[in-house]
Design a binder for this molecule. Structure first.
Ligand SMILES: [Zn+2]
Length: 66
């Protein structure tokens, strides 16, 4: 184990991965991955996932293959 491990937050990781700020993106009703403003969700679980990952329904479907 290295002593140089610097923990990063989920927000920092998401921002690093997508180049976007999740809080700002979700606030603006946009998708983190495709920039779509389609925030029509199938169920409460999908809405919850959106607040966590910032992904629209379509992107969630692609990622989770459901
Ligand atoms: Zn999307």
């Amino acid at each position: 184990m290295s002593g140089n491990y610097t923990p990063i937050t989920r927000e920092q990781l998401l921002t690093a991965l997508t180049g976007k700020n999740r809080v700002q993106t979700v606030k603006g009703g946009k998708c983190m991955t495709c920039d779509d403003a389609d925030t029509d969700f199938r169920d409460a679980l999908s809405v919850r996932e959106y607040t966590i990952s910032g992904m629209c329904q379509r992107c969630q479907d692609e990622v989770f293959q459901c």
